[in-house]
Design a protein around this ligand. Structure first.
Ligand code: GUN
Length: 281
């Protein structure tokens, strides 16, 4: 089998066109959506992610504020910035890029963000709302994955979905969204024994571990949909995911490429969440 590709760039373009239209309608009423992005420290990867988020805002009619701070910023200083943005009426979404430096408690910072501005969907009350089936904001990456499954009209209800990776950012909320869409969900983690035993039974396989080639072609059920959330570099320095792409293409019915798959969808769903925060306001 030669898998079809779910093109995250193309799907993003469609969704962003709709976002831009709705953002323009709010702008006419003097209610332009606004996103504040905070970056602490100088991680190269985080800087690239944040730059792409800001650029996407600019291109789609969303006002953005970028605050970059030295790694020496204290937790109290960061909390003070978050509190100020909570009260800024031009800002509807607040994103603090993770990971934060080790001396800052990221849980404390996330809980300081007003839940109605938590466009990442990481606040404990938003995690609880998601868990109980009343999400205010769906975390952007899992939300983007659901949008990709939607775009191929995949019948999620009744399917067996296997999520590899159990992070708060991707794995856990992904499992919740799939469960709520009617899938039977298995969550694997870094300690799972015989990972292939589980992945080979997946109709939908979502891989989010940050480990290159953790899933190879022989671990994929023929005809499965394979969603690769990983973002790694191969030996030649080229971007690659967590899944052996060539191996997956031979076995799966649909695959997402890296780059050009889930990555652009994560940013797109951040725009959607920011827009919805502004529309609710
Ligand atoms: N670091 C990696 N992914 C994300 C994300 O989706 N949001 C934030 N805030 N930080 C991240």
């Amino acid at each position: 089998m030669s898998a079809k590709i779910i093109d995250g760039n193309q799907l993003s373009k469609q969704v962003r066109t709709e976002v831009a239209k709705r953002a323009a309608a709010l702008n006419v009423q003097g209610r332009q959506p606004g996103l504040a992005v905070i970056l602490v420290g100088d991680s190269q990867a985080s800087q690239v992610y944040v730059r792409n988020k800001i650029k996407a805002c600019e291109e789609n009619g969303i006002h953005s504020v970028f605050e970059k701070y030295d790694v020496s910023m204290t937790e109290a200083e960061l909390l003070a910035r978050v509190h100020a943005l909570n009260h800024d009426s031009k800002i509807h979404g607040i994103l603090v890029q993770l990971p934060l430096p080790a001396h800052i408690d990221s849980h404390k910072v996330i809980e300081a963000i007003a839940a109605e501005k938590d466009v990442d969907g990481f606040h404990i009350s938003n995690a609880g709302l998601l868990m109980t089936g009343q999400p205010l904001f769906r975390p952007c990456t899992p939300y983007g994955v659901m949008k990709m499954l939607d775009s191929i009209d995949y019948p999620v209800r009744g399917a067996h979905a296997v999520v590899v990776g159990a992070s708060n950012i991707v794995g856990k909320p992904q499992a919740m969204l799939l469960l709520q869409a009617g899938a039977t969900v298995t969550i694997c983690n870094s300690k799972t024994r015989d990972l292939g035993h589980h992945t080979r039974d997946a109709d939908i396989l979502v891989v989010a571990t940050g480990k290159r080639n953790i899933v190879t072609g022989d671990m994929i059920k023929p005809g499965a949909v394979v969603i690769d959330v990983g973002m790694n570099r191969d030996d030649a320095g080229k971007l690659c995911g967590d899944v052996d792409y060539a191996g997956a293409c031979d076995v799966a019915s649909w695959v997402t490429p890296v780059p050009g798959g889930v990555g652009p969808m994560t940013i797109t769903m951040l725009l959607v969440n920011t827009l919805e925060a502004a529309e609710r306001n």
